[in-house]
Design a protein around this ligand. Structure first.
Ligand code: CO8
Length: 258
């Protein structure tokens, strides 16, 4: 598959890597870029060898938001009916663990994209913000819904109503990134995290992702029932047999994703 606005690699076994690649506009998320990203994720989803995907941008910008050039001439109807909502839904439903490696600007839709990832490794240069208010709009790809769940109502209000970005250290203190690394090592750290996850049982990892995401919008008793069913499902996998057998035989398990 050929892409113009992203670069797709498999840097090591079981780990996919997608680099957003529109450096001239700080990786602004055009419709074409979002479309290419969804196609790359579709391909990684269908690839049984791929277990984890890392999503990154450039050192200067993960992504500085939606492509503001594309807003010219848009109406409420065209924004609702366009390709963007379907692309965001597709990324939201990607079933394998997604790790964001964020450096530089991570703004607006860029942060909303990072929030769709399951883990976030930030460079110390990263800046996370929802500056839409400065354009006379508001977050439209999950920011008003995911941020309060992540940081609480008052902090989300501050970020969304002032547009002020967080430094990487503030983002860490507010619990929206897993770890902060140096500008030189953030991608390597994200890949190391992906490698660690890729060595675990792939079906269980997917089910665990599904269960954790379900907890964000489900009452506790419903979530507990859901978890019990997914957990039971994992008992039907060959990997569960291998994991238990390896433990009892005091050796490292070899998971096959079956
Ligand atoms: N879209 C398009 N082009 C951009 C964007 C963007 N989001 N961000 C930067 N660029 C372009 C600049 O126009 C500039 O291009 P050129 O060289 O041709 O002038 C180039 O990238 C470099 O940018 P700057 O010269 O501005 O670089 P600075 O280092 O001076 O500033 C900033 C970097 C602070 C990141 C600045 O570029 C900026 O403020 N960018 C806009 C950030 C922003 O507002 N993002 C939110 C966009 S809206 C959104 O994401 C949510 C939309 C909700 C959709 C609703 C659907 C229903």
């Amino acid at each position: 598959m050929t892409y113009q606005d992203i670069v797709v690699e498999t840097p090591e076994p079981h780990v996919g890597l997608v680099r957003l690649n529109r450096p001239q506009v700080l990786n602004a998320l055009s419709v074409r870029l979002l479309d290419e990203l969804t196609r790359a994720l579709d391909a990684f989803e269908a690839d049984p060898d791929c277990r984890v995907v890392v999503l990154t941008g450039s050192d200067r910008a993960f992504a500085a938001g939606a492509d503001i050039q594309e807003f010219v001439g848009q109406s409420a109807v065209s924004m609702i009916a366009g390709h963007r909502p379907a692309a965001w839904d597709r990324i939201r439903r990607f079933p394998k663990p997604l790790v964001a490696a964020v450096s530089g600007y991570c703004l607006g839709g860029g942060w909303e994209l990072a929030m769709l990832c399951d883990l976030v490794v930030a460079s110390e240069t990263a800046r996370f913000g929802q500056p839409e208010i400065n354009l006379g709009i508001l977050p439209g790809a999950g920011g008003t819904q995911r941020l309060p769940r992540l940081v609480g109502k008052h902090r989300a209000m501050e970020l969304i109503l002032t547009g002020r970005p967080l430094t990487a250290q503030e983002a860490y203190a507010w619990g929206v990134v897993n770890r902060v690394a140096s500008a030189e090592t953030y991608l390597q750290e994200a890949l190391a995290l992906a490698r660690e996850i890729a060595q675990k049982a792939p079906v269980a990892a997917r089910l665990a992702k599904e269960a954790v995401l379900r907890s964000m919008d489900t009452p506790l008793d419903v979530g507990l029932d859901y978890e019990r069913k997914l957990s039971a499902l994992a008992f039907g996998t060959e990997d569960r047999e291998e994991g238990v057998r390896a433990f009892l035989e005091k050796r490292k398990p070899t998971f096959r994703g079956r």
